[in-house]
Design a protein around this ligand. Sequence first.
Ligand SMILES: [Zn+2]
Length: 182
Amino acid sequence: MKIDKVPVKGLSSKEYEKALKISWDPVLKYNWDNGKAIGRYLHELKKGRIIARVCDKCNRIMIPPRMFCEYCFRPTDRWQYVKDTGKVNTFAVSRVYWNAQRIPQGEPPIIPAVIEIDGASEGMGLLHLLGNVEPEDIKIGMKVRAVWKPENERTGSITDILYFEPVREKNPPKAKPAAKRR
Ligand SMILES: [Zn+2]
């Protein structure tokens, strides 16, 4: 049988006042199982290290680590530490917060970026943030390094790395003077 009209109507505010109601604060607790690969990865972040998983068949060094190689359809073989430096694969400059609220004038933008980590296979990277840099100075392929939280503030989270900042050479090569025009 097809029901065309549902014979209900909302309560008026007067009726709502009279209606029997209960209220309570729910206690919402949950646990999240990170699994073997991400569990170890987060544990190492707490120690200030980045760890990858290696597949000996395709020779890929994978970051973030995974226990299964999606290319070879077989378990990965071993753990391997990689560096906390890398290069910018891609980035975006956001002038709004995650809730779409505009970032106030004078406040720095949020710069999410994919960082290809040194020691991992090419193209393997982390989605993180860039910091301590002006947006107009960022280049694809720019060398960056992780800025870690102090050890006693780390919790075993990707946010144990605050952001990645440019690696600035101590003695950058002097720019060649522009050739004189004749
Ligand atoms: Zn593989």
